[in-house]
Design a protein around this ligand. Structure first.
Ligand code: F6P
Length: 362
């Protein structure tokens, strides 16, 4: 029996988070459930005194009705917020790691929260799974602009990142051409090349360097020489590395993943030296995470949010919503034409429409 649920967002933000919050809240309210958003990952329940609203914010259909188009997350998020490993400072500058997971479980009991919808990437969902193992009822919603999560073919935020990166690359063509330069554009993506490859293809790059295929800078330089174009655009994923080399790390900080960044500077300097062409590095970085989600990410976020509630309603626990459509296949044309029929909206679309109360009818 569910009466009250909590929602939180953890890890780096991704456009579409607010759409998940909106649809989950509206779907839950239709079932008569109360919805509370936890501020900044689990911080709102771990350290409620730090928040003027007590760390838990009541979400209602009225309060979330108009947020699916907003970037960021109305709940706030943290990248260092693992309740199983909280770093605490001791007098004298020393730090210790404490497991405060029981405090989170106790807060759920105290506030009578019957379930958690945890929206996050691999780190946040691993934490959510640990809470499920401790007895909390949990449904996970996958999130990352990097699109690097197994079990779902698409995460929201990714298409917004690719679209914006493509627009930036489009813009670089004219300035690169005007100055006859090599422009090396670095995009986020962690250890995966999804954003780089697809933005690079869409943006008509001359070469794309991705983590999955360690690059050979001699080959890249030769490629530019052979093409002998007035200007060139190279897209490089932040996690790309040279064959036999390492990724470029910007910083290593306790309690969080290494921060990647700067490979574009290295590649631009090498290409300038090797080709004699003036080269510039452009690092798009967090610009890819900001801004309004594109339509597809709004819809995916809304669909995931509505589906998370429908999973809870069905009594599911310890699961993650995932998009698993079939891949591109080749079907005989005659067969396809013979079977061709007009297909109405599938079940997910109808679930979302019902959650948002947007198609007036039964
Ligand atoms: O995982 C999303 C992501 O944006 C990566 O592409 C990037 O490496 C990382 O987060 C950056 O994290 P932060 O904002 O903490 O520097």
């Amino acid at each position: 029996m569910i009466r009250k649920i909590a929602i939180n967002t953890g890890g780096g933000d991704a456009p579409g988070l607010n759409a998940v919050i909106q649809a989950a809240t509206m779907a839950a309210a239709k079932l008569g459930w109360e919805v509370y958003g936890i501020r900044e990952g689990y911080s709102g329940v771990l350290d409620p005194a730090n928040y003027s609203d007590g760390g838990l914010v009541r979400l209602t259909p009225e309060s979330v009705r108009n947020i699916s188009h907003l970037g960021g997350t109305i709940l706030g998020t943290v990248n260092k917020g693992n309740p199983f490993k909280v770093t605490e400072s001791l007098p004298g500058g020393m730090t210790v790691e404490k497991d405060r997971s029981e405090d989170v479980v106790a807060a759920f009991r105290q506030h009578e929260l019957d379930a958690l919808i945890a929206i996050g990437g691999d780190g946040s969902l691993t934490i959510a799974n640990h809470f499920h193992q401790l007895g909390l009822r949990v449904v996970g919603v996958p999130k990352t602009i990097d699109n690097d999560l197994q079990s779902t073919v698409l995460t929201f935020g990714y298409n917004t990142a690719v679209s914006f990166a493509t627009e930036c690359i489009d813009r670089l063509h004219s300035t690169a051409d005007a100055h006859r330069r090599v422009m090396v554009v670095e995009v986020m993506g962690r250890y995966a090349g999804w954003i780089a490859l697809n933005a690079g293809i869409a943006g008509r790059a001359d070469a794309i360097l991705i983590p999955e295929i360690p690059y050979d800078i001699d080959k890249v330089a030769n490629h530019l020489r052979e093409r002998n174009r007035p200007y060139s655009i190279i897209v490089v994923a932040e996690g790309a590395k040279p064959a036999g080399g390492e990724v470029t790390v910007l910083a290593r900080e306790a309690g969080r993943q290494e921060r990647l960044g700067g490979v574009a500077d290295r590649v631009a300097a090498q290409l300038q030296e090797m080709t004699g062409k003036e080269s510039r590095a452009v690092i798009l970085g967090h610009l890819l995470r900001g801004g309004s989600p594109v339509a597809l990410d709004r819809i995916l976020g809304l669909t995931f949010g509505a589906s998370a509630v429908s999973a809870l309603e069905k009594g599911l626990n310890g699961i993650m919503v995932a998009l698993q459509p079939p891949r591109v296949e080749f079907v005989p044309l005659a067969e396809a034409v013979a079977k061709m029929k007009l297909v109405p909206l599938d079940g997910d679309g109808v679930t979302t429409a019902r959650a948002l109360d947007i198609c007036l009818g039964d």
